[in-house]
Design a binder for this molecule. Structure first.
Ligand code: S3P
Length: 432
């Protein structure tokens, strides 16, 4: 499938973005392990989250869909999962594979986790190592480093683990395994990463505590089923925050977007670049804050980013690079080597695709330099998604601000996180 994008004269109106992907995965998983029924509202029915639902279903968990985005999870309790007949397919979803590996490590049965060609090239040693230390037996390609993973879980013991890379998925896998382990399990992070697992575990009444960048969970404590409202995904909103900043005279409002401080790096950086963004109507439900975001067109300037900020906007770097291309001056992104092991090597794919729009980019060992040429810098291009949803959507936004038509090839991948992307975009293009 291809996506054709014509330049946008302007963008206006208010819209919702879909539910947060990270929170949707976690709601389904914790709901499955809780006692009783968990109702999830504004669930993200994207390919990635549906992969999690299918895997849990194969593990004996029942679901009732009341609407496309309203799901009931019939919890099995901590000891209620059953050995799957089939291989569990995580599709394109790193979160599904890594977090489920944590849960499966604690199960007294055998299971196999696999994924698509992109996921099978992503590193799994980072979860295999701590889960093995806890007592699980895990095999995978290349010495347990790559999927498929086969797991014989069982009696786990609590460990203390210091994460070598900043990764919320690794931290979450350890905490989920910790629910099944004897004693306390703790994970220390070098740099804070998204904390949705901790917040939700607390909401589900797990015995969890946080001190000095270390989160600790006590094993064997039952989880209580809850009602969860999933706020809008700031990683999906980011495409429109940038579109609103770079398309002439744009003025758009994105409602009920998650503003968990571990995720709001993109808002801070865009503001530093000169973007006109206001945050209002702040609320909080199930320990997760959300708000409405209004963005208006503005002239942007290049910035330097690195360090602790990077995990707070790790998934937004492709779209940030598009903002950088339309800014005046260079934007320098460092400390972002993790982008090489995402759904594609995002340092390489962003640099390559932006060049097709006439933008000068330099790939660094741990980052990217984007030479901004101001608003009129981009020429419409024919580009390729590299089967990476965030590359496809970032290039679509670049196309809105470019001169002439843009064609993005292979855009089926958008459905992994934002199935309604094109519709939402079209609503904002149509004057109301
Ligand atoms: C996620 C964590 C991040 C992020 C991914 C979702 C999560 O990955 O890039 O899209 O839901 O925990 P890492 O943990 O590999 O940094």
């Amino acid at each position: 499938m291809d996506l054709k994008i014509t330049p946008a004269k302007t963008l206006s109106g208010a819209t919702r973005v879909p539910g947060d992907k990270s929170i949707s995965h976690r709601a389904v998983m914790l709901g499955a392990l809780a006692h009783g029924d968990t109702c999830i509202e504004n669930f993200l029915p994207s390919e990635d989250c549906l992969a999690t639902v299918r895997c849990l279903n194969a593990l004996g968990v029942k679901f009732t869909a009341a609407a496309k985005d309203k799901l009931y999870v019939h919890g099995q309790g901590l000891t209620g999962l059953t050995e799957p007949f089939e291989v569990l397919d995580a599709g394109n979803s790193g979160t599904t594979m890594r977090l489920l590996a944590g849960i499966l490590a604690g199960q007294p049965f055998f299971s196999i986790l696999t994924g698509d060609a992109s996921l099978c090239r992503r590193p799994m040693g980072r979860v295999v190592k701590p889960l093995t230390q806890m007592g699980a037996k895990i095999w995978g390609r290349q010495d347990g480093n790559y999927p498929p993973l086969s797991i014989r879980g069982g009696k786990l013991k609590g460990i203390h683990y210091t994460l070598p890379v900043a990764s919320a998925q690794v931290k979450s896998a350890i905490l989920l395994a910790g629910l099944f382990a004897a004693g306390k399990t703790s994970a220390a992070e070098p740099v804070p990463t998204r904390d949705h697992t901790e917040r939700m575990l607390k909401f589900f009444k797990a015995d969890i505590s946080l001190a000095n960048n270390t989160v600790q969970v006590e094993g064997g404590r039952p989880l209580a089923a809850k009602k969860i409202y999933v706020p809008g995904d700031i990683s999906a909103a980011a495409f429109f925050l940038v579109a609103g900043a770079i398309v002439p005279k744009a003025d758009i409002t994105l409602t009920k977007v998650g503003i968990n401080p571990t995720r709001t790096g993109i808002i801070e950086v865009l503001k530093k670049m000169g973007a006109d963004i206001t945050i209002f109507n702040q609320q909080e439900l199930n320990n997760e804050p959300f708000a409405d975001l209004r963005v208006k067109a503005a002239s942007l300037k290049g910035v330097s980013i690195g360090g602790k900020l990077v995990p707070r906007l790790i998934d937004e770097i492709p779209i940030l690079a598009v903002a950088a291309a339309c800014a005046q001056g260079d934007t320098i992104i460092r400390d972002a080597a993790e982008l090489k092991v995402k759904e594609s090597n995002r340092l390489a794919t962003v640099a390559e695709e932006l060049r097709k729009f006439g933008v000068e980019t330099t790939e660094l060992a741990d980052g990217l330099i984007v030479r901004g040429g101001g608003r009129d810098a981009l020429q419409g291009a024919e580009c390729f998604s590299h089967k990476d949803h965030r590359i496809a959507m970032a290039m679509a936004v670049a196309g809105l601000a470019a001169q002439g038509q843009t064609l993005i090839k292979d855009t089926e991948c958008i459905a992994t996180s934002f199935p309604d992307f094109e519709q939402v975009l079209n609503t904002l293009r149509t004057p109301s």
